[in-house]
Every structure is written in structure tokens, then in C-alpha cells.
Design a binder for this molecule. Structure first.
Ligand code: F1P
Length: 346
């Protein structure tokens, strides 16, 4: 994440530098809407970006699975901005979505990790995440780096547009600068998470719930568990629980809440109560110093506080570690999960 931010976040001079945006920033500032296309983990990073862009730039955003978008004759107008996100830069569905959008006059902004990759070359402009190679197949640091770059793009656009106050802009830049240290602190929770993993390693199902910025984190936590440990897991917006998944909850069901201190805190507290009332086992990721949720949850994972808009950069880490430890304990190959390819090129 430090590599991803190096040279781009120049807080001393009080501004952000993103070389890949230079010529194109006004096209994003003036866009009527932004489409985000991606697959898998990159799609989850795109969903975080949707929340950030809409909150700070007030430009409407739609996040599309590239694998659906490419086949469904979507409405694309000249001047639409399409942000394509891909770790490998080679995902066939994302590449096809780009070609389709380009053929209708859209501007493509690529967010890729691999320099010179097909998606980077097919884009009009873009930013590399510089996360370094993902050693395993499942994306982890790529997610963090994608969310970081997309946050920086959103902040730059909002600043140029005047849709964010100077004070808020600088507050968020300062918070972003502190993220690498906080990520280190989250990684230091490793032993504690290994302990929790040992308790739940034989579960057959998991539910992941979050609200607001932590909703895509719930999706990503569930995907990581599926990808590397082969346990069935569902990620859901916590507010949707009562519309269906609540029927699944019993004493056998571990429910991971991403319940850091944000504007939906009170609501997620009542979701935790609903799960406890049905004897579900609650593992809650909370902000350091939380005194309420520890009284309700079975297991607590405390992460450092930050602005809610960038909390996914921190709150995803314990979920990645949880999946990792469960997978290792189940004897799974975390680097090369069965049936998964590093880049899906067909
Ligand atoms: C997308 C993706 C990854 C996933 C796996 C298969 O790849 O779905 O998120 O972990 O590697 O491909 P990409 O377009 O981000 O390279």
C-alpha cells in the first residue's frame, strides 16, 4: 500500500499527484455518470469505489460485472466514463467489456496492477496500483491497492469539481497517509485470528454482513473464504438479512459482522442482536475501544479507527487472515486453489 501511494500523496505540499489522470481528469469531472466494470475481487473494489465516488463527487456510478455487461447490450453513451479494474490486466471478460464500451464512444480509465497488460493497453488513461505481483491466485493486496487508487481518483475529481470542502479533502488525505501504519496494526492481529480460525475451521457455511462502506468488505470476506477454503459463504448487506438470510441463522452458523464505528453503527448493533437472539455465533470486526459490541459478540477483532470512507482498507485485513488460516488448517493450497486461474483469459 505504501508503494501504491508513494509519490502520489504529497501531503507536505497539500495535494495529490496521479500522473495517469492528468489529461483525463476533466472528462471524469464532467461525466454524467461513471460505469465501473470488473470481475471477482476487483468488482468488490469497484463497489467500494461506487460509494466513495457518489459520496464525494456526486456523479452517479453503476458497478457492473464485466462478465454480464459484455453480453447484455448495455446502454453506453458517448462521453461516459468507464473505469475498468483488474489485478492481472488480462481478464477476458473485463477486456471484452472495455472493447464494447470503447466502440460506443466511452472513455476508458484502467486500474491495473500489471504494467503493460492488455487492459492497461486497451485503456485511454489509467493508474497502476503498483501492488507488486500477487503470489497466490486469490487477490488480497490488489484489493487494498485498487481501493487506494480509486479513493485517490475520487478525491482528486471531487476537489476539482468543488463537491468536497477543502477541509474534508485534506482530512481524508491525512487519514489516507496513516493507512499503511494502521494496516500493519491490523496484520498484527494474526495470532488472535488464527485462534478464531481454529474454532470455526469445520463450519459448513459462513455469513458475512456489513453496511455502507463495509458492505463490499462483507462480499470480499465471503469470496476469500470460498476461494481458498472451499467453505460456502455468503456476503450480504446487513440490512438485507431480514429479507431472507435470517432464515439460515441457528447455533451452527458463524456470522462475521464488519461493524466498525461509522454512521450505520447503531443499525448494525441491532443486526447483531437479531443474530444473537437466534443463537448465531458472532465474530465482529469492531473499532478499537468499542465497548458495546464486545458485550454481545462471541469473538471480537479490534481494528484501528479511521474515516469510514477508507475503513475497507483496514477492515478487509482480518477477513483475509481468517480465510487464510481456515484454509491452511483444512489442508488447502492457499496459493493455488482448485479450479481457479490467476487470470481468467477465456
Ligand atoms: C479477477 C478475478 C480475481 C480472483 C481470481 C480470478 O481478476 O476474479 O478477483 O481472485 O484470481 O480472477 P482480475 O481481473 O482482477 O485480474
Amino acid at each position: 500500500i505504501s508503494d501504491c501511494m508513494r509519490g502520489r500523496l504529497d501531503a507536505n505540499r497539500g495535494h495529490l499527484v496521479l500522473g495517469g489522470l492528468r489529461e483525463y481528469i476533466n472528462k471524469i469531472v464532467n461525466a454524467d455518470r461513471i460505469l465501473i466494470v470488473a470481475c471477482g475481487t476487483s468488482w468488490h473494489a469497484g463497489t467500494v469505489a461506487e460509494y466513495i465516488f457518489e459520496e464525494f463527487t456526486r456523479i452517479p456510478v453503476e458497478v457492473e460485472y464485466a462478465s454480464e455487461f459484455r453480453y447484455r447490450n448495455p446502454i453506453i453513451k458517448e462521453g461516459d466514463v468507464v473505469i475498468a479494474i483488474s489485478q492481472s490486466g488480462e481478464t477476458a471478460d473485463t477486456l471484452a467489456a472495455i472493447e464494447l464500451a470503447k466502440s460506443k464512444g466511452a472513455i476508458i480509465f484502467g486500474v491495473c496492477n500489471v504494467v503493460g497488460s492488455s487492459i492497461a493497453r486497451a485503456s485511454h488513461a489509467g493508474s497502476y496500483t503498483h501492488a507488486g505481483p500477487e503470489i497466490g491466485v486469490a487477490s488480497t493486496k490488489a484489493f487494498t491497492a485498487q481501493v487506494t487508487v480509486l479513493t485517490m481518483v475520487a478525491l482528486l475529481v471531487a476537489h476539482r469539481k468543488g463537491s468536497i470542502t477543502e477541509a474534508r479533502y485534506h482530512e481524508l488525505l491525512t487519514d489516507l497517509e496513516q493507512i499503511p501504519v494502521k494496516v500493519e496494526k491490523a496484520l498484527a492481529l494474526n495470532k488472535q485470528i488464527e485462534y478464531i480460525a481454529d474454532i470455526f475451521k469445520d463450519a459448513r457455511n459462513f455469513l458475512y454482513l456489513g453496511r455502507g462502506y463495509n458492505f463490499p468488505v462483507a462480499l470480499e470476506g465471503a469470496l476469500k473464504l470460498k476461494e481458498i477454503s472451499y467453505i460456502h459463504a455468503e456476503g450480504y448487506p446487513a440490512a438485507e438479512m431480514k429479507h431472507g438470510p435470517i432464515a439460515l441463522i441457528d447455533e451452527e452458523m458463524p456470522v462475521v459482522f464488519i461493524a466498525t464505528h461509522d454512521s450505520s453503527y447503531e443499525k448494525i448493533v441491532s443486526n447483531i442482536q437479531e443474530v444473537k437472539a437466534r443463537k448465531g455465533k458472532v465474530i465482529a470486526v469492531v473499532t478499537e475501544g468499542d465497548t458495546l459490541i464486545p458485550k454481545m459478540a462471541d469473538f471480537i477483532i479490534e481494528v484501528p479507527a479511521t474515516n469510514e470512507a477508507i475503513m475497507p482498507l483496514i477492515s478487509v485485513i482480518p477477513l483475509q487472515l481468517l480465510s487464510y488460516h481456515i484454509a491452511v488448517m483444512r489442508g488447502c493450497n492457499v496459493d493455488q486453489p482448485r479450479n481457479l486461474a490467476k487470470s481468467v483469459t477465456v
